[in-house]
Design a protein around this ligand. Structure first.
Ligand SMILES: Nc1ncnc2c1ncn2[C@@H]1O[C@H](COP(=O)(O)OP(=O)(O)OP(=O)(O)O)[C@@H](O)[C@H]1O
Ligand SMILES: [Mg+2]
Length: 239
């Protein structure tokens, strides 16, 4: 049995089928990459797996149990954590407050503050604890999302475009953090548009287009897959 099993997940928004019977497995300790054009359904998929969006049909089994209907908080306490594609800022909260809030899902207040401070150091945000997220650079906002994940002691994290908008040089820090987490045994599922990065990090990839899984395989297999080439470069050229 795989660590995370996504089976026939369908999600409709009114008449729109955002996900159509999507299935794939994630093995413990692997890095799985998910790619697909804009609007393919990737963030919706993460919303379903992390308990934020109820699926219209299908099942998600995490560590041997169905997690459909389980709240995001409870899933975080079981080690399943996600990052958010759109970095949210909260008016008066500092970076330390934001990460402490994440740490509090699993620790009492005093420990949570220390743990959050350590997580910020680990992602290279030492010295920026008292800044508000809105005043951070895009790279630092993305690192803050990673710190929030780290602060919950995750066993499996879903990373939604933590490198989007960064220069190649700026991706070095998040890449190193992801590699280190994975070395420590954290299972990682990541959505990324930055192709060289995801091709290098992921052992396996799943490709989604218009809500459907159109391919899966190693990065090399994916690059040679005609359906993937068509999805990215076919009719989208004149769209
Ligand atoms: N809450 C919602 N209500 C209605 N439609 C939605 C909602 N959330 C997503 N959608 C639609 O579902 C489809 C999939 O959106 P989703 O955000 O999952 O795509 P994505 O693959 O993450 O795209 P991107 O690469 O741009 O982040 C889109 O057509 C989107 O407009
Ligand atoms: Mg998205």
């Amino acid at each position: 049995m795989a660590f995370l099993e996504v089976s026939n997940i369908t999600r409709r928004f009114g008449g729109l089928v955002a996900l159509n019977a999507v299935s794939f497995d994630v093995e413990k300790g692997e890095i799985l990459g998910i790619i697909g054009p804009n609007g393919a359904g990737k963030t919706t998929l993460f919303g379903v797996i992390s308990g934020f969006i109820p699926p219209s049909a299908g099942d998600v089994v995490y560590d041997g149990e169905s997690i459909i209907g389980v709240s995001p908080d409870r899933l975080v306490r079981r080690g399943l954590m996600r990052s958010f594609q759109i970095v949210q800022s909260f008016a008066d909260m500092t970076a330390l407050d934001v990460v402490t809030t994440a740490a509090l899902t699993r620790r009492p207040m005093r420990e949570a503050i220390d743990y959050a401070a350590q997580a910020l150091l680990r992602v290279g945000l030492g010295g920026k604890e008292h800044k508000t997220p809105a005043t951070l650079s895009l790279q630092d906002k993305k690192l803050l999302e990673l710190a929030k994940c780290i602060a919950t002691d995750p066993r499996c994290i879903l990373l939604d475009e933590v490198m989007a908008g960064l220069t190649m040089a700026e991706t070095a820090a998040p890449i190193a953090i992801i590699e280190e987490l994975n070395k420590q045994g954290v299972t990682i599922v990541m959505v990324e548009h930055v192709m060289p990065v995801i091709m290098r990090l992921a052992q396996r990839m799943v490709v989604i287009n218009f809500g459907e899984k159109i391919a899966q395989g190693t990065p090399d297999e994916i690059l040679r897959d005609q359906r993937v080439v068509d999805a990215y470069f076919g009719d989208h050229l004149d769209a």
